[in-house]
Write a protein that binds this ligand. Structure first.
Ligand SMILES: NC(=O)C1=CN([C@@H]2O[C@H](COP(=O)(O)OP(=O)(O)OC[C@H]3O[C@@H](n4cnc5c(N)ncnc54)[C@H](OP(=O)(O)O)[C@@H]3O)[C@@H](O)[C@H]2O)C=CC1
Ligand SMILES: Cc1cn([C@H]2C[C@H](O)[C@@H](COP(=O)(O)OP(=O)(O)O[C@H]3O[C@@H](C)C(=O)[C@@H](O)[C@H]3O)O2)c(=O)[nH]c1=O
Ligand SMILES: [Mg+2]
Length: 281
């Protein structure tokens, strides 16, 4: 039995579709702000693998709640990794493009130097370092710009804004790969299988949708596919002030994914599926 931390989040819901017999632990059963309780939960469940799909993901709010973000994203995953290592079972975790400073325009390889420029990124980097320090069989999948028919994400924000606006200004100088949560959940499961067969695939991987685009281009494709008549105006990041700084370059070099037997998903095709799901919801 696979144990999943997270229940209502984007990736947790997509995992539930693919492995209905996994056990999903929500916030009421395991609060990641209390990491010291996680080992007992894992020990008691005796899972064959653990996937952590829970995280503090409110990027702007994290600037105000640094300690909470650090506990949930930094300490909790390290505790999970330690419990998994003690049992000798695979631990799969997700991290983010926001661990990088985002300079230049070349895609970042998994071993490129990190240097987060916001509190969320710092907390996610702490989680990565903790998991690696434990040293058990693990996979860290760094992903970016996750979207799905559920939860809070850019696709749903854009559709909501289009109800009241016929023109939007969207930043065009932050570039990255929008990542559909369904294929990301499948990638987590592929990582579990790969680790079961061969623990030497342990390490950090990049998994993002292709092709890389700006948020403005992403918004235009959302409105095109959804048939919404909204004009998107390109603006620089400086014209859209937010509490958290965001990296300009979020391109992830995903070329080592073949070690897990997977490749980058085509986000435009997946967006079509997400919009269909939202229409019938
Ligand atoms: N969303 C994105 O754009 C990106 C996400 N990632 C990473 O991918 C992974 C999955 O993200 P995604 O599915 O989008 O995240 P969501 O924000 O959709 O879901 C996060 C989940 O974590 C849960 N959670 C938050 N705080 C706690 C807590 N203290 N105790 C227990 N559970 C908690 C939330 O529960 P509740 O519903 O009760 O609040 C929610 O179910 C995360 O590791 C994230 O950092 C990486 C790059 C981009
Ligand atoms: C609503 C809106 C957003 N924007 C910009 C702000 C921001 O740069 C970009 C995306 O906005 P969001 O609030 O969705 O971005 P954000 O929540 O920071 O998304 C990030 O979440 C975390 C969890 C990650 O790990 C990252 O990979 C990334 O997905 O769009 C505009 O330019 N105009 C607008 O009208
Ligand atoms: Mg957000």
């Amino acid at each position: 039995m696979i144990l999943v931390f997270g229940q209502s989040g984007q990736v947790a819901r997509e995992l539930a579709r693919r492995v209905p017999d996994a056990r999903f632990i929500g916030r009421t059963e395991a609060d990641l702000s209390r990491p010291q309780e996680l080992k007992a939960i894992i020990d008691l469940a005796e899972p064959s693998a653990v996937i952590n799909a829970a995280a503090y993901t409110a990027v702007d709010r994290a600037e105000e709640e640094r300690d909470l973000a650090m506990t949930v994203n930094g300490e909790a995953p390290s505790e999970m990794a330690a419990a998994c290592a003690a049992q000798g079972i695979p631990f799969v975790h997700m991290s983010t493009d926001y661990v990088f400073p985002g300079k230049g325009d070349a895609p970042m390889a998994p071993d490129a130097p990190t240097g987060p420029i916001n509190a969320y990124g710092q907390s996610k980097l702490a989680g990565e370092l903790g998991i690696r320090a434990v040293g058990g069989p693990h996979a860290i999948l760094r992903t970016s710009w996750v979207v799905s028919a559920h939860g809070a994400n850019f696709v749903k924000s854009m559709l909501r804004l289009s109800e009241t606006r016929d023109k939007l200004t969207i930043v065009a100088d932050q570039i990255g790969g929008p990542t559909p949560a369904g294929p990301l959940a499948a990638a987590c499961l592929a990582a579990v299988e790969a680790l079961k067969n061969d623990a030497s695939v342990s390490g950090t991987y990049h998994f993002a949708g292709a092709p890389d685009v700006s948020w403005a281009d992403f918004a235009r494709e959302i409105f095109r596919q959804a048939g919404r008549d909204v004009v998107v105006e390109d603006i620089p990041t400086t014209a859209f002030p937010t509490p958290a700084r965001r990296p300009h370059n979020s391109r992830l070099d995903c070329s080592t994914l073949d070690r897990l037997g997977i490749s980058r998903p085509d986000w435009k095709a997946e967006l079509t599926e997400i919009l269909k799901e939202l229409e019938t919801a």
